[in-house]
Design a protein around this ligand. Structure first.
Ligand code: F6R
Length: 249
């Protein structure tokens, strides 16, 4: 059974406010906080809430740093479906985080060298303080698909057909996601000092239950989080439903 703490809210917007306030507290307590960031549909309202919090309260990211989990191999940074573009649109251009400290894996050239450089850059910052994670329907975290080793480092990963299908709607009509991405490995993720996993919507209910109610297994990458001592799951009622049903809560 899991050591993760669960915070369950009635709606995705309530989840977004709670996660934003959690991040805000971390950055206020330690302005040099190193954030691990995620993209995806789940995080759109979260960045919106964080930007609003920053505008309303003067929360500053001027001394912080960030490392995103992943980036597609071969997409230009200004491609509308690249994670760099997503981060600029939803977060970076609205806040005062310095551009040279808002990093994503460099997926345009030698991916192996870029993966090693990314690990070194994280280590040089003293590691990640707060790692944000979403979860795929198949239990993936970052682009660590089922079968990924729990001690994996930043590397090139192949996307499964289900992840390609789930992410196709982020691409312009007629385009599909590239087959590969650079992603932090599960071992890299587990070294973060604290982890915040966010899940909203009924489509995530099975994956969340599988991750936390069954024995950890590489078939469900998110179940590796059971091995971390400081994980908080922020979810809505719909995503929590299967855990609630199986645990009688
Ligand atoms: C994105 C990432 C992915 C997503 C996951 C959920 O940086 O690493 O693991 O968090 O695919 O995506 P959404 O939120 O679109 O359901």
């Amino acid at each position: 059974m899991t050591k993760a703490q669960f915070q369950v809210f009635p709606s995705p917007s309530a989840v977004a406010k709670a996660v934003a306030s959690h991040i805000g507290e971390a950055v206020r307590a330690r302005p040099q906080t190193v954030l691990g960031l995620a993209t995806g549909k789940t995080f759109v309202p979260i960045y919106e809430a964080l930007v609003a919090l920053s505008q309303e309260t003067g929360l500053s990211f001027a001394e912080a740093s960030s490392f995103n989990l992943d980036e597609y191999v071969g997409l230009a940074p200004n491609h509308p479906a690249s994670f760099r573009h997503y981060m600029e649109e939803h977060f970076f251009r609205h806040i005062d985080l310095p551009a040279d400290r808002a990093l994503l894996p460099e997926a345009g050239g030698d991916a192996e060298a870029a993966s090693l450089a990314y690990e070194a850059a994280i280590a040089a910052r003293g590691g990640i303080d707060v790692q944000l994670l979403g979860i795929g329907r198949n239990g993936h975290i970052g682009f660590n698909e089922p079968g990924s080793a729990f001690d994996g480092r930043t590397q090139v990963a192949k996307l499964t057909p289900s992840t390609i299908a789930a992410n196709t709607s982020d691409f312009p009509p007629g385009e599909v996601p590239p087959p590969e991405a650079i992603t932090m490995g599960i071992g890299t993720i587990l070294e973060a000092h604290t982890i915040v996993l966010v899940a909203t919507g009924a489509a995530k209910a099975e994956a969340l239950a599988r991750a936390f109610l069954r024995a950890a297994d590489v078939d469900c990458p998110a179940s590796a989080l059971q091995r971390h001592g400081n994980v908080t799951v922020f979810c809505d009622d719909a995503a929590y439903a299967e855990i609630g049903r199986q645990s009688g809560k």
